[in-house]
Design a binder for this molecule. Structure first.
Ligand code: FSO
Ligand code: SF4
Length: 528
């Protein structure tokens, strides 16, 4: 196997051998490559055929999402997915194999040709592939709420085609940046889908205590799954707790109205094996990040949508959560209210500072900047992970000066979201904007501030301090680059799939730099 798509890749170069660091086995990695090759074939068939159908686009989105880190460990579901892609491709281009004037492009792409390509070509194609994998997750969540966008859909085909058949750097580089451009549209689509369906997030305090009695833990990003589970558990004496990237769900008016949506359990994804050990409750995974379950709780793991693990019960498209509900009732939960804390000992966290909530205080923020009470904004955001160097983000936030505001989003925030940083002008200094896709909201806030101060985003006293782990972070990073945002600090390590030449390009054109120490980076960012 060869896989280097995430931050924890072996030796910071690539997972090879029998299994990856994430637990993905070699045969699963091979099937994921086969699926990607088949998707490139399907994109090519769409290209030769003009328009794709919604079924084709949905299949491409689902296929790409399936190959994101910590989503599917299940060969059987991957084989089914490959067969579905091949069937669609055959229907679109039935005579491809027996064509009298072959164009030289096989209908399916062999991913080994990508992994062994010239390192700069491999790097650019990897940026495109991993970026559209991340974007596919966002398109998928929007689709399940009934929102779709033709330009986003078509771009998946364009980008897949370039991964297969783009020849040189000059043709590939613009596509890399276009991933960022289209991902912005895709995140806007998901923002619209989420807010029109569930209302605009409102600042909300979330308890970390688990009350006695049966409960279910829901993790991942899919709000629709949470909504359906809340509906099916209403009045059954079962409480629901969010985990990981589901925490921001508490802030949506149409989800927080359910009184049995009680609080948040646990921290970020990499702590799940410890936190779920012997938990007296089932866990429902709606998306990544799934880690191979330990024996002590493997009978409590339920998956849905594209998440899959061999042996775990999968809730299929009919969305009947009865097996999860029965498991919760059988396990019974804790016998008394049980207090948990965040990483820093806090007993509650806050969330729901979406762009609408923050911009409703735009006047206060602008005044605070003008009076000198507020000197700097930091966006400390992105994924969490297991590397010890990630303590940087906790220390960085702790050391930010009192006259600064820290905006955050995604699961990296669990390193500091239980800290009380105090207030500025009635606004908390630490504001959680939501899931990783709510990077869209952070961009809206940055653009609005730039407009208020009549300057560019790069001229604002605003710094981006980003942590990455998997492929959604790749598309968000490409969106920030597409917007021309400079001097981003990226950690805990740089992606293995960025070759030295491509890194040089990013450094020269965007000033992107690896994190160093909180002290050094803070001094630099504050211009001392
Ligand atoms: Fe984290 Fe996992 Fe949201 Fe990712 S839970 S690492 S960037 O899936 O998607 O932040
Ligand atoms: Fe390795 Fe990450 Fe790929 Fe898993 S997803 S095999 S950890 S590079």
């Amino acid at each position: 196997m060869f896989c280097f798509q995430c931050e924890q890749t072996a030796g910071c170069t690539g997972c090879t051998g029998k299994a990856g660091v994430c637990g993905k086995k070699a045969d699963t990695a091979k099937l994921q490559d086969e699926l990607t090759g088949a998707l490139i074939g399907l994109a090519r068939a769409v290209d030769s055929n003009g328009e794709g159908t919604q079924e084709v686009y949905n299949t491409i989105i689902e296929g790409l999402f399936t190959t994101i880190t910590n989503v599917s460990f299940d060969n059987e579901s991957l084989e089914k997915m490959i067969a579905k892609v091949r069937k669609l491709e055959q229907a679109l281009a039935p005579d491809c194999g027996s064509c009298a004037s072959p164009c030289g492009k096989n209908s399916e792409f062999n991913m080994d040709d990508l992994w062994t390509a010239n390192e700069d070509i491999r790097s650019l194609k990897s940026l495109i592939l991993f970026g559209i994998r991340g974007m596919a997750a966002y398109a998928y969540h929007a689709n399940v709420l009934g929102y779709t966008d033709e330009e986003v859909n078509k771009f998946f085909c364009e980008a897949l085609f370039m991964i297969g058949y783009g020849e040189d750097q000059d043709t590939l580089l613009p596509v890399v940046l276009k991933v960022g451009e289209i991902n912005l549209k895709c995140m806007a689509l998901l923002d619209k889908a989420n807010t029109e369906t569930y209302g605009s997030p409102e600042p909300t305090t979330v308890s970390l205590t688990v009350e006695k009695g049966p409960f279910i833990v829901v993790t991942g990003h899919d709000l629709k799954d949470l909504q359906l589970l809340l509906e099916q558990t209403e009045g059954k004496g079962i409480n629901i707790y969010t985990h990981g990237e589901m925490l921001p769900a508490h802030a949506y008016p149409k989800l927080k109205k359910f009184s049995h949506l009680k609080g948040n359990f646990g921290t970020a994804w990499q702590n799940q094996q410890k936190e779920f050990d012997n938990l007296p409750a089932p866990i429902l995974y709606t998306t990544n990040c799934l880690m191979p379950p330990r024996k002590s709780y493997e009978d409590r793991v339920f998956t849905t949508e594209v998440v899959a693990f061999p042996g775990a019960v999968h809730i299929d498209d009919n969305k009947d959560f009865t097996p999860v509900i029965e498991k919760a009732l059988a396990l019974g939960g804790f016998t008394k209210d049980t207090e948990f804390t965040g990483i820093n000992g806090g007993k509650e966290v806050t969330t729901g500072f979406g762009h609408a909530a923050i911009l409703s205080h735009a006047g206060t923020v602008v005044e605070a900047v003008k009076s000198g009470a507020l000197k700097h904004f930091f966006l400390v955001a992105g994924c969490d992970g297991a590397k010890p160097g990630r303590n940087y983000y906790t220390e960085f936030v702790k050391q930010t000066p009192k006259n600064s505001i820290v905006l955050t989003l995604a699961c990296g925030k669990y390193r500091f979201n239980d800290l009380n940083l105090g207030e500025i002008g009635g606004l908390p200094r630490l504001m959680d904007m939501g899931q990783c896709n709510d990077a869209y909201g952070a961009i809206q806030v940055a653009v609005a501030l730039a407009k208020a101060f009549n300057c560019s985003v790069n001229e604002l006293p605003l710094s981006f301090v980003i942590s990455w782990y998997e492929q959604k972070a790749v598309c968000i990073l490409l969106t920030l680059l597409h917007l021309g945002i400079k001097n981003i600090k990226l950690g805990p390590s740089l992606p293995a799939f960025v070759s030295p030449n491509i890194l040089n390009f990013l450094v020269e054109n965007y000033g992107i730099a690896p994190i160093t120490t909180p002290e050094q980076d803070l001094a630099e960012l504050l211009g001392k």
